[in-house]
Design a protein around this ligand. Sequence first.
Ligand SMILES: [Ca+2]
Length: 512
Amino acid sequence: MRQRSRHINLLLAAAVLGTASTVMAAGPAQAAGEPTLTADPLSTWQTDGIVWAMAYAKGIVYVGGTFTHIRPPGAAPGTGELARTNFAAFDAKTGQPLSCAPAFTGGTGTIRAMKASPDGSLIYLGGSFSKAGSVGRSNTATLNTADCTIGSAWKPTVSSTVRAIDVTADTVYVGGGFDTVQGQTRERIAALRPTGDLLPFKATIRGSSVSNDPTPAVNAITVAPQLNKVIIGGRFTSVNGSLFGVHALAGLNATTGKTVHSFTGWIPNRSAVKALVNDGTNFYLGAEGSGGGVFDGRAAGRLSDGSQVWKDTCLGATQAVLPYKGVLYSGSHAHNCSSTPGGFPDIENRQHFLAQSISDKTILPWFPDTNDGIGEQIGPRALTMADGILWAGGEFTTVNEKAQQGLTRFAAAPDTGAPQVPILSGTSSSRGKITLNWKASWDRDNGVLTYKIYRDGVYLTSRNQDSRYWNRPNMSFTDTVDPGTQHRYSIEVTDGTNVSGRNGPVYVTAKS
Ligand SMILES: [Ca+2]
């Protein structure tokens, strides 16, 4: 569900986050559960429009969408630009742009789906375009990763926008809003050989209960070749003529297109599936609803039998999901996760990235954030893992409160963000006792923080406290000193890697 309220916690975030003063150890430590990437963005080039899709192969990240230029990290719009028409390629590690830059033009001029072949030799692209580089193509094309030429074999005619692609060693599945492929009836999904030959695989996808976008479409495809199964998601109410039990999600036989899973009750009315991926064991989806009682969150299901592993109920539509090392990363504008473990109440913030435990959906302490940005104004649209670096693309124009448009990246290390030091106060209410009080800080990629207390410039003690930006407990420590003596106290906070500046001092005289 889309909701425009936000602000207060963005201001809070800006106020609380500080700058690292020292670096002592590696990696973000967690309160419990799986370790995440850091929330500190790597230097990344920007686009001047929306990134809708990405793919990774052989050290290169390919980026597609609706844009006309890229520009360096930190550059203001219109400065330092290189021309790139709806497509760009970057070195996955350094983030530097590469010269590979065919323009995708015609149609509405947009790339909406990208997928690398299993051997990394080809990138399959889909969208709305009639030319790929200098050659004519019909809403889909391939790019040879070896030499950045447009592939000559793959040139099927698809009757309208391609929105989803998945690829096995010998089959390419395409989904979208089309009615025909190669002149043959294929309603919203088709399967072809990499040569472009249309396969007999056929499933009829019809109907939509999404009121603001009633055209049926397949938005997402994930294929499990070892199970000969394809999971599809999108906007639809009927698969292969079924009138009951199917809504926005279905499992198909990968050879015939016959329905093998109906997923009855998974996706309510007025909700659509926007993203699907699998890790060989589970599949993961992201959903977007419109109106009350909708499903905007993520779900995990078992590929083998189609059973549900978990489902979260956060509001704020999910556009991209990506499993990596036991964690499901997602791009959304989550604004009410109160029923999900580790989640937040509806606090008028829109949290645009989430990390969840794959085992039990717990929201982990990983809170990098973007703004809503341009276009439909819902932040991230696409995620890709490349050599251990998570690339995110979308509509945003800021990342962690700093200007950064269209693209950003996160790695496992180094953690460079230090929590901001709390404000310390002290009182003495009984003889020889001094009580210090402060409110817990928070950190974008650490749950438990350590608060170190200094008395008269000498380290005295420390306290650990788990916190989140919406849950910062009050903390205290009572010191015992000689009655009637005055002491100077200060405090610093560390995430285990980065230490805040030291706050204080406060001077307190113990009662006598
Ligand atoms: Ca940290």
